[in-house]
Design a protein around this ligand. Structure first.
Ligand code: NDP
Ligand code: 8X3
Length: 257
């Protein structure tokens, strides 16, 4: 029987790269995001290139009722979800707390923390019923350390780290696996453009060093998912070679790789 992966935030960046790698490896996919056209385009491409089935679900993870309605309406044959990749997330703004924008704070907390929880509550119930499943959360280096002006984004990712650890304690007795990947800077994503409100100049944060690519992270997610069922990788903290932590980055130029 084909395995099924549900990926939140599959319309760009890490989620999109993960969808591709899972499709390549024969998984059927449930892909989600707010941009419906992108989901439909992805469905077409992945189905024709890899011969897998793709179910697009168009919802905003912040909207509790929408999440419930969409996930509970999944056709029965799609409910045998093997893997949930909680990837949808974002940073908005980059300023000290006194200068911070409260709407941005709410967007980050509602998406990165509450959205992840809304999806996980429903999918984990299905997995417990099926007596199998694996949840992989996309955390961040920002879930392990803080940096100037990162305050609320870092807090939201520290919450993801705490949720991953809590899920592990809640679910091991049901035979579910729980993991997370905590990347540093990742390019081939819209992350910086979203954080800086579409300001291309401010979002040019990868010009002078080589960060991770979305494919690097997707490959790590797939590595975690493809371990034998007795192996639970709890966290992978990963950065580009030129990035030592959130603050120390060798910005003397992009080294050849
Ligand atoms: P992108 O902006 O490229 O992708 C973010 C994805 O999340 C999109 O598919 C977007 O879809 C989805 N998303 C955002 N808000 C919502 C929402 N309210 N409801 C549903 N989907 C939503 O960025 P990345 O690929 O970089 O981000 C993926 C994850 O990786 C995030 O959790 C981010 O925090 C994390 N991360 C990113 C790093 C980086 O440097 N890029 C480093 C470490 C972690 P749509 O807009 O269509 O809804
Ligand atoms: C994204 C990495 O350093 O911008 O989570 O917080 S960072």
């Amino acid at each position: 029987m084909k395995r099924i992966v549900l990926i939140t935030g599959a319309t760009s960046g890490i989620g999109k790269a993960s969808a591709k790698i899972f499709a390549k490896n024969g998984y059927d996919l449930i892909i989600t995001g707010r941009r419906e056209k992108r989901l439909l385009d992805q469905k077409k491409k992945l189905e024709s290139k890899y011969g897998v089935k793709v179910l697009p679900l168009n919802f905003d993870v912040r909207k509790r009722k929408e999440v419930k309605r969409c996930l509970e309406s999944i056709p029965t044959k799609w409910k045998n979800i093997d893997l949930l990749l909680n990837n949808a997330g974002l940073a908005k703004g980059f300023s000290s707390i006194d200068q911070g924008n409260i709407d941005d704070w709410e967007t980050m907390i509602n998406t990165n923390v509450l959205g992840l929880l809304y999806v996980s509550k429903i999918v984990s119930k299905i997995m417990i019923k099926n007596k199998k499943g694996h949840i992989i959360n996309i955390c961040s280096t920002a879930g392990h350390e803080v940096y100037p002006n990162g305050n609320v984004y870092c807090a939201s990712k520290h919450a993801v780290d705490a949720i991953t650890k809590s899920m592990r304690l809640d679910f091991y007795k049901h035979g579910l696996r729980v993991s997370q990947v905590s990347p540093g800077h990742v390019e081939q994503t819209e992350f910086a453009m979203v954080r800086f409100g579409g300001d291309e100049k401010k979002a040019s944060i990868y010009d002078d060093f080589v960060p991770l690519s979305s494919k690097d992270v997707a490959k790590t997610v797939y590595f975690i998912a493809s371990q034998p069922s007795h192996v639970n990788i709890q966290d992978v903290l990963m950065m580009g070679t030129q990035q030592a932590n959130s603050i120390f980055i060798d910005r003397r130029g992009r080294t050849k790789n």
